[in-house]
Each structure stands twice: as structure tokens, then as C-alpha cells.
Design a binder for this molecule. Structure first.
Ligand SMILES: C[S@@+](CC[C@H](N)C(=O)[O-])C[C@H]1O[C@@H](n2cnc3c(N)ncnc32)[C@H](O)[C@@H]1O
Length: 652
């Protein structure tokens, strides 16, 4: 498919280089905002180390000039390490905060006096003492470095194009970049630094790396304990990073339930509940039916409804007790999950530490419930940093007054990544809050999931119809096969429907009842475990719609629009906005680990204050807002790294 930009034609999935070349051929130029945006994104993708090298090369060639200011003067040497025969020093820069301290190779330093002083006995002891204060600053330094490079390009970034920058890294032209010396001079000559290995580039065999890794492990263990102290689900959370030196995210607070944002009231007092003796037996009068929907679960507490059907669970006014088969999401996550560091640049992810049967409730997506307007505002920031945690509650045909933001307050679902072929499915659930605009978001397994598999859902929730309710035939087959507890999310891509069975193998599993058999048994009793009773045929037939009694709005399962992540695509060529589906993108040639070179929302000084700073009133903006003006931040697209065969290439 092609996109038309004035007279030029470029393939819609063009990378930045092709796009720029095509534009050059057609004598089209990027608008300054777009160029600026692309330049910033390019620097981020390259990471501070490579970016600095390339910028230095341009300075050296005289193609750009560099702001000569008071930066880059060594104030103090704080530490020393040797990596593969090269001496590195941890530098505190004059007029820069500790967050900008960096490791520099000896060759780049021209401050012999300070080096001599450092190596004198007394100085070393002082430096060691200081180092303790600096222990936590390392994670921020890479991001800051890219921002600083970009900031210092300010006067010339309208003329410097990302293509010009990237062309320097071509092996044909440059070969190995010569080491650019004289970076820090004591005689006033200041040029960009070049050789600054960040933590992730340090050799994992060195003493320094190992020391840092131990610190990260310790910090993650502490974070895990903290999370589990707050988590009130029956199953615990494990945290693991076998990939890099990323520590616990900052500015993330664990919560168990929705946190109402400013001016939002989440009702918690349903006006009516059911009077059933046994909710399964009186499905026609129980809560789901009264709300015009279907009974969502089998007695085994696994789904019997198809994608898009609203779930109404029994609530606090209902006569039934906690064992009621219509109380599933409200009983919390029963599956032991692990927050782990992904190895392909997707940051953190979540994997299951137990097998999960198809149709089981896995986890709820919680966060701050905010208004549409606030979501728009925050969305600009998330777009700019290439991450989003916004989830529109647009259950009712695009009418979306509320959004859930799990960016700063969330549970383990905050870390669940997107996949175009996901193993989780999103359902809207109403329990004690019956306001149709305020469903809870529950993630259920859409197929059997193996122990250790990463959990994912489709952020776009596009029109995949593979998850349908079972046909009567499916059910008859499963009953005839003597299998108990038919799981209803039949997968038409397979010859026969997938059937859930009662687990008897004693392995870690979410059993047919949606309850868990774990290494460590859950604290709460597992209700009805081992119940092998069959569901009736009638139970598997779709309920006839009845008039809503309890909920103000009846949901028509045919016409619903699914809940989905809020990631609005925007044009990158700012002058003319092509149609959404034809937008070019910022796919860059180097796939960088975003943890190391992007601005991350969880690295910022505070949550709302930070957002207010970045997105605050026009003219009153902080420097970071200048880095990413609205016109730029509106144009971000994230390249999907899910690796699925049917990958749609972009996260939106
Ligand atoms: C809800 S967060 C998921 C957790 C996130 N990985 C983290 O470290 O906090 C969503 C963000 O994760 C990243 N992400 C999730 N799925 C991805 C995918 N398939 N490909 C690339 N990035 C992905 C994107 O930056 C996205 O905006």
C-alpha cells in the first residue's frame, strides 16, 4: 500500500532513510517540527554512546558547530574501574547534577591534576564515600545524555537531518570511527564527549558490571517484597531481570483496585442484587440475565461466553455467597505471575509461572480512572515517550468518557505487553459499580497457556473473530467424549474445539474451576475444587435476550465495540494528514532497547507534577516540553516487536 504526500509516493511502511531519500528526490522537505522529531527519535534509537560519536564526527568535520558553554568540565573524579584493559573514571561534571555523572575512558580526559589527586590515598577514600550517594543515579544517565545532546543541537537541528546523522554510521563511508580526542580540556576547549559506555555496554564479565548486577538484584528483590506486601490477590508476584541492569521502575505505585481520578466517583453500592438460591440453577433471573446479558461462567468458573459479551457478576447485595459460580473476577488473580525483563527491547513483560487453562480469569487491568480530556493530555506525553498505559473504557460504541491509566498506579497488568496473536482476551465486567460507562477490565486466557509463557493481549482489539462461543455441536462432542467442563472459547482455526479438563496431573495449573494448584498453595480455600459435575446442554445454549432490569443500559453483544488501549495514530508529515491506515512511520534502522535510550515515564521525577511540567500551559513549559513539542509528540508510532506471524507491525 502506498501513501501520497503531495506528489511523492513512498511505501507506507518506509523506514526513515527510504522516506527521506524519497522526499529528497521529490524535492520535498520535512517541516522543521518533523525533522526535529525524527532527529530526536533517531538519537534515542541510537543511544547516547553512538549518538555522541556521530555528532562528534560532524563537529570534527566542521559540518555542525557545537555550543561551547561551561559544560563538560571535570569537577571531580569519583571512581575508577578497568574494563578490558582500559581505565574508566566516574566523572562529576562541573555545573551538572549527579544524574549526569558518567564513566569516561582515560584517553578522553585532560585533567591530569585531578587524576593525580584522585590516585592519592586520601582522595580515594573521599571518593568512595561519595560513591554511596551516587549509587542510584546510573539508570537515569543514559536518558539524560541523549536529551542533553539533543538540547545542545538546538541552534542547528533545523539543518541537521537524521539522514545526515545516520549516513555517518555507514561502514562504506566511515569504517571504524577514529577516536576523537580532546573531549575535556582544562584550557577551555570543549567538544562533545564520545566514548561513554553506559552500564549496559559494560562488559558483563567485569567486576564493575557484576557489582551493579548484584545491586540491581537486591533492589528488585526489595521491590518484589514491596509489591507483594500491597498485592491482595491470592497469588504472589515474582520479579526477574536476567537481561540487563534495569532496576525497579520509579514512579510506579502498586494498587489493587481502580483509583478514581479527580472529579470521578466510582459507585460501590449496587441498588439491587439477586435472590437466587443457586445462581446457576436460576440463570434466567440472576444478575447477568437481569442486565440483558448471558451467564458468563460454567460452574467451573471458566468462560462460557464469546468475545465482547459483557460480564455481570453477582454483587454485594446478592444473596449468594463467595462460592457462587458467578463470582470470579472479584475473587482476584489466582495465578502466580512473574514480571520479567524482555530481551528484545519491549521493557518489562509478564509471564505465567503456572499452566493456565483456556477461559480462565488471569488478571484485572487496574489503574487511575481519568476523564477523556485528561487521557488526551496524558496520551500526548505517552506518545512522546513511546509507551502507553491508557485503556479506553469505550465499551459502548466509541462513547468513551473514561479511560484507565495504569502508568503510575497499577497492578501487575501494567507490565503486560501487546501481541498481535495474544493469549489473553479482554472482557468488560460489572460487579458493584453498575454504571455502564465504568466496566472493570478483566483479562481471560483465550487458549491454554504453558508455564513460563509470556502473557499478552491485543492492545488494538481489532476485529479478530476467532473467539466465538461454542456451538451446540462443540458441546455435544465434548460431552460425548466424556470430558468435563467444556471450555467455551472454541478456536475455529483448529479442527476440533479446545476442551478444558479437570487436572489430575498435580502440576502447577489453573484448574477447571479457575482455582490454582500452586507450588505454595493459595491462602484462600479453593472453592469446589475437584467438582467434575457436567454442565447441562441448556447451559451451553445462548440465553435469549431479556429486558434489562438492573442496568440502565442493555448490551447487545453483536454491536459492542471492545475495550482497547488508547493509542491514537497521528501523521508524521505535519503539513498534510494522510488517512490513518496509510501513515508513514518512524521505523528506524537500529532497533534499540528502549530501556536504554528512550525517555521512560517511570524515570521521571514525579507523576502528575511531571506530566504537568511536560504538558503544562503553553509558554510556561519546562525544557522537556521544548524537547518534545505537541506537534511532534502527536506523531509517534511504535514498531511492534511481538514477533507473531500475523504481526501488524505497529502498536497502533
Ligand atoms: C502497558 S506497557 C507494557 C509494559 C512495558 N513493556 C513496560 O516495561 O513497562 C505498553 C508499552 O510497552 C511497550 N510494548 C508493549 N508491547 C510491545 C510490542 N509488542 N512491541 C514493542 N513494544 C511493546 C510499548 O512501549 C508500549 O507502549
Amino acid at each position: 500500500m502506498e501513501v501520497e504526500i503531495k506528489d511523492a509516493q513512498v511505501a507506507c511502511l518506509s523506514g526513515i532513510i527510504d522516506l527521506q531519500k524519497a522526499c529528497q528526490q521529490e524535492k520535498l522537505r520535512f517541516s522543521p517540527e518533523t525533522n526535529q522529531y525524527l532527529l530526536y527519535q533517531t538519537l534515542r534509537k541510537l543511544g547516547p554512546y553512538v549518538a555522541q560519536k556521530l555528532v562528534s564526527k560532524l563537529v570534527e568535520r566542521g559540518e555542525i558547530t557545537w555550543e561551547q558553554d561551561e559544560d563538560w568540565e571535570v569537577e571531580q573524579i569519583l571512581d575508577h574501574t578497568v574494563d578490558e584493559g582500559t581505565d574508566y573514571y566516574l566523572i562529576k561534571w562541573k555545573n551538572w547534577s549527579n544524574a549526569h555523572n558518567s564513566w569516561e575512558p582515560k584517553d578522553n580526559l585532560e585533567c591530569q591534576d585531578l587524576l593525580t589527586e584522585y590516585h592519592s590515598e586520601g582522595r580515594r577514600i573521599m571518593a568512595k564515600r561519595k560513591l554511596i550517594d551516587l549509587d542510584t543515579v546510573g539508570y537515569d544517565s543514559k536518558r539524560s545524555r541523549v536529551d542533553e545532546i539533543f538540547r545542545k543541537l538546538e541552534p542547528i537541528r533545523k539543518t541537521l537531518s537524521p539522514l545526515q546523522l545516520l549516513s555517518l554510521s555507514s561502514p562504506k563511508k566511515g569504517g571504524k570511527l577514529p577516536l576523537f580526542k580532546g573531549l575535556i580540556t582544562s584550557n577551555g576547549q570543549k567538544v562533545p564527549k564520545l566514548h561513554t559506555p553506559g552500564f549496559k555496554q559494560l562488559n558483563p564479565r567485569t567486576k564493575f558490571y557484576k557489582q551493579k548486577k548484584d545491586e540491581v538484584r537486591k533492589a528488585l528483590k526489595e521491590w518484589e517484597t514491596k509489591l507483594n506486601g500491597i498485592n491482595n490477590d491470592p497469588a504472589p508476584i515474582v520479579v526477574e531481570n536476567e537481561v540487563d541492569l534495569e532496576g525497579p521502575p520509579e514512579n510506579f505505585e502498586y494498587i489493587n483496585d481502580y483509583k478514581p481520578g479527580e472529579g470521578i466517583d466510582i459507585p460501590d453500592d449496587p441498588i439491587i442484587g439477586c435472590e437466587c438460591e443457586d445462581c446457576l440453577d436460576c440463570k434466567k433471573t440472576c444478575c447477568p440475565s437481569a442486565c440483558g446479558s448471558e451467564f458468563a461462567y460454567y460452574k467451573y468458573k471458566r468462560l462460557r461466553i464469546s468475545r465482547g459479551t459483557p460480564i455481570y457478576e453477582c454483587n454485594k447485595r446478592c444473596k449468594c455467597g463467595p462460592e457462587c459460580p458467578n463470582r470470579v473476577v472479584q475473587q482476584g488473580r489466582k495465578c502466580k505471575l512473574c514480571v520479567f525483563r524482555t530481551s528484545n527491547g519491549r521493557g518489562w513483560g509478564v509471564k505465567t509461572l503456572q499452566k493456565i487453562k483456556k477461559g480462565s480469569f488471569v488478571v484485572e487491568y487496574v489503574g487511575e480512572v481519568i476523564t477523556n480530556e485528561e487521557a488526551e493530555r496524558r496520551g500526548r506525553y505517552y506518545d512522546a515517550v513511546g509507551r502507553t498505559y491508557l485503556f479506553d473504557l469505550d465499551y459502548n460504541d466509541g462513547d468513551c468518557p473514561f479511560t484507565v491509566d495504569a502508568g503510575y498506579y497499577g497492578n501487575v497488568s501494567h507490565f503486560i505487553n501487546h501481541c498481535c496473536d495474544p493469549n489473553l482476551e479482554v472482557f468488560g465486567v460489572w460487579i458493584n459499580a453498575l454504571d455502564p460507562r465504568l466496566p472493570r477490565i478483566a483479562l481471560f486466557s483465550r487458549r491454554d497457556i504453558a508455564k513460563g509463557e509470556e502473557l499478552t493481549f491485543d492492545y488494538m482489539m481489532t476485529g479478530d473473530t476467532t473467539n466465538q462461543a461454542p456451538t451446540l455441536d462443540d458441546v455435544e462432542k465434548s460431552v460425548a467424549a466424556g470430558l468435563m467442563g467444556p471450555i467455551v472459547l472454541a478456536d475455529p482455526s483448529k479442527d476440533s474445539p479446545v476442551i478444558g479438563e479437570v487436572d489430575t496431573d498435580g502440576t502447577d495449573d489453573v484448574d477447571i474451576l479457575g482455582a490454582v494448584t500452586m507450588d505454595t498453595p493459595p491462602e484462600t480455600p479453593i472453592s469446589g475444587q475437584g467438582d467434575t459435575g457436567d454442565d447441562t446442554m441448556e447451559e451451553n445454549l445462548p440465553n435469549k435476550p431479556v429486558s434489562p432490569r438492573k442496568s440502565p443500559r442493555k448490551h447487545d453483544s453483536e454491536a459492542k465495540s471492545p475495550l482497547k488501549m488508547n493509542m491514537s495514530p497521528r501523521p508524521i508529515i505535519s503539513s498534510k494528514s494522510p488517512q490513518k491506515s496509510n501513515l508513514p512511520t518512524t521505523s528506524l534502522p537500529m532497533a534499540g532497547d528502549f530501556s536504554s535510550d528512550t525517555v521512560s515515564p517511570d524515570k521521571n521525577p514525579s507523576t502528575i507534577q511531571h506530566l504537568n511540567k511536560v504538558l503544562g500551559a503553553e509558554g510556561d513549559a519546562e525544557p522537556s516540553a521544548k524537547l518534545l513539542p505537541k506537534s511532534i509528540t502527536d506523531q509517534y508510532r511504535i514498531v511492534c516487536q511481538c514477533g507473531a506471524k500475523n504481526c501488524r507491525k505497529y502498536l497502533f
